[in-house]
Design a protein around this ligand. Structure first.
Ligand code: G6P
Length: 610
């Protein structure tokens, strides 16, 4: 999703802006640009369709230089991904602006501005904002007030960075609904969509809140709230270092992230389980008292995080014996649902900035839930700031758009949550100890599964020329099949659907022929025999089966059935373990197809618009 970087400094800010854009690439984008006020107080701009590397090349050919600048990676919403729609947008050679979010009333503003003589050069919703700032400057030449007046006209979500060649050493930033952080240097300030973009230049950050406007010069930062009153926002010192974005010798971030799962899981468990017990306080100081009142759980999330929620529901009902309902956040936010005051609302999000998940949380906060809990991988995110209880996964920054280590650590967090709640609902200490042991065994077991890499790479060759694939699972392995299908479609562009194996004969069986690979997750549990019968139905129709089976599942490769026997012994951790081979399968299929694995087409890492 769109990324913003901006800077006011004594030095030439172009290299900082270009490096910042490079570090925001993981968010997903299709065009990029930057604008700098040069030493003659003139705005200069370059924009490209495509990658930041192209922008670098353009910049090398005709460098921009100056102490104040803004830059942007655009993920197209309104208007095609081309140069004229790329940001920064400029009005009458004076005001330049970058925007992340969606201006919902842009059509109405466009009509008004056209009537007053503005000519539009793009199809974006953003251009009305830069025009509005310019127009406001005509009655009051102060850029802060012009941006403030403009925001009052806007409906929708925005993070903005605005510069004005008539006021060349000043940058105004505004936030409402889309993320924006200010980086504090020595005699210089920066803005960006996330801290990651700015780690090479600072470790000190201030997170703007919705409605905030920041007035930034080289030596002064003043933050105002939506009433234009000066406010104090806390200073945060990041512990991340600039090298986290390194591929560490792996060909893709996604592969690095798949292989870092043993470590990410171990980090997410550290200090959360001690002497066989879950430390409930890790969810927040009031967690014990809140968990003791929970009679049901509602989970809302998007994408991969939604799949994590689906698995948690199986655990919650089986272990804690508490009803648990999971919803896609974009659906939940627009439906009228019944809320009881003993229900805990849980949101799950890697980024903590997903617009639909945030909106679901905001709705939940007004709906009379017992409390809200966020499971998130980013400490200072909007989701964590707005929730009563927070559990941070310690997966470390995830760069690949297709989520891997964030997913498995979410599952770890959710299992801990289930135990912490179950303790108040008759979970015995003995059972708690057993579950904690299972959790603690995870890093080692995930590590062993990674050794199946070569076998899976060989299997992947069968998929490279296919256009469709079916994924089957039963019980808590259905969401794992869904996640496997999602991974495959995200990065290899093969159409993949997941079905509950028992549903096969109610429709998808009609699709099965020798051109349709059917992938099945076959854990050694009470549903194995039923699953085997479902698979016979596929085999009888000439479909080719690809099975990921537990060691003890007792299935062998035969004609038309390709089995990888995994080093998995069945227990509650099995869904987490079965995820790993499906991640590797999707990865190797995409490698064979030569796809852009870390930045798949049309997708974004952090979906900050609705
Ligand atoms: C995007 C990403 C997915 C992610 C989903 C939810 O679609 O590409 O990988 O699962 O957003 O993101 P969140 O940050 O809320 O987990």
């Amino acid at each position: 999703m769109c990324g913003i970087v901006g800077a006011v400094a004594q030095r030439d800010v172009s290299p900082v802006l270009l490096e910042g854009l490079k570090r925001l690439e993981y968010r997903g984008y299709d065009s990029a640009g930057l604008a700098v006020t040069n030493h003659d107080n003139q705005l200069q701009r370059i924009r490209v369709q495509g990658k930041v590397n192209e922008l670098h090349k353009e910049h090398e050919a005709s460098p921009l230089s100056g102490g104040t600048g803004i830059a942007h990676t655009r993920w197209a919403t309104h208007g095609k991904p081309n140069v004229s729609n790329a940001h920064p947008h400029i009005c009458r050679d004076q005001v330049a602006l970058v925007h992340n979010g969606i201006i919902e009333n842009h059509e109405q503003l466009r009509e008004q501005q056209s009537a007053s003589g503005f000519e539009f050069k793009s199809e974006t919703d953003t251009e009305v904002v830069v025009n509005a700032v310019y127009e406001a400057l005509q009655s009051n030449p102060d850029l802060l007030h012009a941006v403030f007046d403009t925001t009052k006209q806007l409906h929708g979500a925005y993070a903005l960075g605005v510069i004005n060649s008539a006021d060349p050493e000043r940058l105004i930033a505004a936030k409402n609904g889309s993320p924006l952080v200010i980086g504090i240097g020595i005699g210089e300030y920066f803005i960006a969509s996330d801290v990651f973009a700015l780690l090479p230049v600072t470790q000190q950050f201030i997170f703007l809140e919705d409605g905030d406007i920041a007035d930034i010069t080289r030596d002064k930062l003043t933050i105002y709230n939506s009433e234009l009153e000066i406010v104090d926002r806390p200073l945060n010192v990041s512990e991340l270092n600039a090298d986290v974005a390194d591929k560490a010798g792996y060909r893709h971030y996604m592969l690095k992230e798949i292989f870092s799962q043993p470590n990410a899981i171990a980090e997410s468990l550290e200090n959360r389980v001690i002497d066989g017990q879950v430390i409930t306080n890790e969810f927040g100081q009031d967690a014990d008292s809140i968990f003791s009142q929970v009679k049901s759980v509602k989970i809302a999330a998007c994408g991969t995080s939604y799949h994590a929620g689906l698995i948690a529901a199986y655990w919650m009902e089986e272990i804690a014996k508490i009803p648990c309902h999971v919803e896609i956040a974009s659906e939940y936010r627009y439906r009228k649902s019944v809320v009881t005051d003993d229900t805990l609302f849980v949101s799950i999000s890697q980024s903590g900035e997903t617009a639909d998940t945030l909106a679901a949380l905001q709705l939940a906060k007004q709906s009379g839930f017992l409390s809200t809990l966020a499971i998130c991988n980013v400490g200072e995110s909007s989701l964590t700031r707005e929730s009563d209880l927070v559990f941070l996964t310690h997966a470390g920054p995830e760069i690949g758009v297709a989520s891997t280590k964030a997913f498995t650590t979410q599952l770890v967090a959710l299992f801990l949550m289930v135990i912490a709640i179950a303790k108040h609902n008759n979970l015995s200490t003995e059972d708690e100890n057993t579950f904690v042991k299972q959790l603690e065994s995870l890093p080692g077991r995930v590590n062993q599964l990674l050794h199946h890499k070569e076998e899976i790479e060989t299997m992947a060759k069968d998929f490279a020329d296919k256009h469709h694939a079916l994924f089957l699972g039963r019980g808590s392995f259905l969401p794992i099949a869904m996640e496997g299908a999602l991974k495959l479609k995200e990065i290899s562009y093969i159409h993949a659907e997941a079905y509950a194996a028992g549903e096969l004969k109610h429709g998808p069986l009609a699709l099965v022929d020798d051109d349709m690979p059917v992938v099945a997750v076959a854990p050694n549990n009470n549903l194995l025999e039923k699953l085997k019968s479902n698979l016979q139905e596929v085999k009888a129709r000439g479909g080719k089966l690809y099975l990921f089976a537990d060691k003890e599942s007792d299935v062998e490769s035969t004609e038309g059935v390709y089995v990888i026997n995994l080093n998995v012994v069945y227990d509650f951790m099995a869904p987490i373990l079965h995820t790993i081979p499906l991640q590797l399968l999707a990865y190797y299929v995409a490698v064979i197809k030569g796809a852009d694995i870390d930045q798949p087409r049309n997708l974004a890492k952090s979906v900050t618009v609705e």
